[in-house]
Design a protein around this ligand. Structure first.
Ligand SMILES: [Zn+2]
Length: 405
């Protein structure tokens, strides 16, 4: 090892040793922890189908999701809302969706662990579509909840029990709306929001040993940037029942979000009224991106505590290519900015979404600071991680110093 390298190694070691705990006051050191991440509506419009189709006729979404892999890798469990049935061919976009199985396969490839499926498009290919989606996800070993192909399947996946580091989380997925009649559907097919059913699922989750119950609720009004009174009432009802983590989807735009962490005397809660879209061909202001929301749970002396939240805004780029197809790709905004990425004629839309989303986080994103991407270490800096002491930038002056040493 050269003298210069030894010096750099010593500098890095000193940086690690000097690392100090960041915000939050560890009133006790955690015995174990789990970090959850959520993204919103995964849609499958016609232009997305065209983009995903390969020359040999198969489908791939890997190019689209690849820039998000490093974001999904930050969490222990990643959940997304699959808003299209995997109904088999012919594949169709809006208004009656059916997407290729590759959509789910490539979400899993990107790092998504769980898909929630109770939403207003579940019935786009009828009961058969619901059943095919549920069976396909089972065969791909992708965890899912919200719809089911049989009464027995519902029994297994609603609530969906998730275990990590000795912490058990029960995930529920319900919808308040459906495009199509539900009167003759068997009760196992879709979780339609109904307080008696939710209460029964909640009780089953507790009897199965859930430390926390988390509700993914499909609700609200499309394109409304604040929650409505019905959302607020339902959130309060869920929280009074004991479900203190409430995550919303469906409006296709972001809505206010609140996190009150636990303290040693007070029980906290998190409400995210709408995560916005994950990927879609909705190319207008407020709908062309969304938030990846992180929640951190820590077990401290036996008790599971809600300690931190974080937000990672992302934006969907979809430039038109010369062959007439759009090139959909989902980019984490902070990383794109930090590395000086430009989006050509779309750049103004990118900057607009970034500014709008930060305005929301500043005004109605209580408890969800934006995670930063550090170009120097090529890592994301999360609010609960130790913050490294500022590393001196490399200048001709300190290179000279290293050489002299
Ligand atoms: Zn919806």
């Amino acid at each position: 090892m050269t003298a210069q390298r030894t010096h750099i190694a010593a500098l890095l070691l000193a940086t690690l040793l000097l690392a100090t705990p960041s915000q939050g006051q560890p009133w006790q050191q955690p015995d174990s922890s789990v970090t959850l991440m959520f993204v919103g509506d995964v849609l499958g419009h016609g232009a997305q189908l065209k983009c995903a189709q390969q020359p040999n006729g198969t489908y791939s979404y890997q190019r689209c999701f690849a820039p998000m892999r490093e974001v999904f890798a930050l969490a222990d469990i990643v959940v997304a809302n699959l808003e299209v049935p995997l109904g088999g061919a012919p594949y169709t976009g809006y208004p009656s969706f059916s997407s290729p199985d590759a959509l789910a396969i490539d979400l899993q490839w990107a790092g998504v662990d769980v898909l929630v499926t109770a939403n207003n498009h579940a019935l786009d290919r009828g009961l058969k579509g619901i059943q095919r989606t549920s069976r396909t996800l089972d065969s791909l070993n992708i965890l899912h909840t919200g719809t089911a192909h049989s009464a027995q399947a519902r029994q297994t996946n609603s609530p969906l029990m998730l275990h990590h580091n000795g912490i058990s989380i029960a995930l529920l997925s319900y919808t308040t709306c459906m495009n199509g009649p539900t009167k003759h559907l068997p009760p196992y097919a879709v979780n339609m929001a109904d307080t008696a059913r939710i209460r029964a699922d909640y009780q089953r989750a507790k009897s199965q040993g859930a430390d926390e119950v988390l509700m993914f609720m499909h609700w609200g009004e499309e394109y409304q940037r604040t929650e409505n009174a019905a959302q607020r009432r339902l959130a309060q009802w869920l929280q009074a029942l004991g479900i203190r983590l409430v995550i919303g989807c469906h409006p296709h735009v972001l809505q206010p979000l609140h996190l009150t962490p636990d303290t040693d005397t007070q029980k906290g809660q998190a409400t995210i009224y709408s995560l916005g879209n994950f990927v879609s061909n909705q190319r207008w202001r407020y709908s062309d991106g969304g938030l990846a929301i992180m929640l951190r749970l820590e077990r401290r002396k036996g008790r599971v505590c809600l300690t931190h939240g974080a937000a990672i805004p992302f934006w969907v780029s979809a430039p038109m290519l010369s062959n007439g197809t759009k090139d959909f790709r989902v980019f984490p905004i902070y990383h794109a900015e930090a590395t000086g990425q430009r989006f050509g004629s779309e750049h103004a839309d990118f900057a607009q979404f970034a500014a709008d989303t930060r305005r929301l986080l500043d005004s109605a994103g209580h408890g969800f600071p934006e995670a930063r991407y550090d170009v120097f270490t090529r890592t994301w800096v999360l609010p609960w991680q130790p913050t490294p002491k500022k590393i001196e930038p490399i200048t001709t002056w300190n290179i000279k110093q290293w050489k002299e040493n």
